[in-house]
Ligand binder design. Sequence first.
Ligand code: SF4
Length: 405
Amino acid sequence: MVPSGAAAGVAVNRRCTTMAMSTSPQFVVKVSKYCNLRCDYCYEFPYLSDKARMGLEQIRAAFQNIKASINELAIESADFIWHGGEPFLVPLEFYQQVNLIQNDIFGTEFKYRNSVQTNLTVLTDRHIEFLKTGFFKDIGVSFDVYGDQRVDIKGRSRTETVRTNIRKLINDRIDFRAIAVLARDTLPNIKQIYRFFDSLHIEHRILAYYRSIGSEQAQRHGLNFDELVDAHKDVFHEWLASERATPVEPIKDYVRYAVQHITSVDNDRYDRSTSERVFIIDVNGDVFNVVESYEPEFRYGNLFYSPFREIAESEARIRSVALSQERMQRFCHQCPYFGNCPGVFVANATSVERKILEVSGCRVRAVLDHIVDVFQRTDLKDYILESYNADDGAFANMHPALSVA
Ligand code: SF4
């Protein structure tokens, strides 16, 4: 069922342009949903024991369907993020074969890179050796540090295993980033989570988990608007107070928006119809966005069977983008930060985020009010303006936390 405002938006979009997209798309490849953990908040929870895996011939077809559209979509590079489930449960030989297929199809002229998102509970010496080959250019580790949600099939916490494996990666000088879920169990420890990653100088992302009326899972783990805003403020202050100021998303972005606000940079506006970047490839090849992930009426197409251009120009994508534009019209175009903040949060709001937007407004705007207020009340505003007018190096060096601006 298409929400009511969609039809008008679609008509406008079709009149205006052919759908474009980012010149460097990211494909989140759901190679298998199978996982050795049973984190109760996982959005793949019902499928975690399903051992179905993409076949190498299907992956070859997906690469071919991307390659066939490189010129038409003006794609300059592509990122493949191997995701699950737990991608380290897939034999390493599989990724070696993927490497050969990529070389075969993309050759040396087209730029592409591979990344992986792992729970880091499985890390053998062979994994370490494979990681050292550099096949995965970016390694993301899902780890909450606190909260004990990350349990195995028998309900045993794997937190200590992950800590040990993080130490192994550090000792072997293998760079990685982390993602920590901000949910009911981790909320009381949100400052300590930042301090843990900051002490090891690990860049990380705080992933907000929203409360929703409709799902028991989201009821158990989700947070409300005020809790999320306060938690983000807490992380901002931890980051500002830290000598290392290890970058943490989304605070890194929010500070950039606040600095753009203070320095009157207001040309930063997101347009999904030209800049959409992330595409989820499900185990069966179905393609979704990050907004209406896995919602059948927003399936863009199937990358095993169709050229990527068809997917990028699908009716489902046009409809979804029109809804984003309509949402930005309602929220961002009335917002004092629009242009300093590109509006990605509203454009990409998921169903639960959309409900909270309607009731409580934009979370990013609430956090930006706070960050800008802190800048105004302290000498940071003068510092930002002075540094902005000085050369970039001076701006970056005076306070490490502001080097993100
Ligand atoms: S409404 Fe939110 S996402 Fe949109 S511009 Fe304002 S702060 Fe950014």
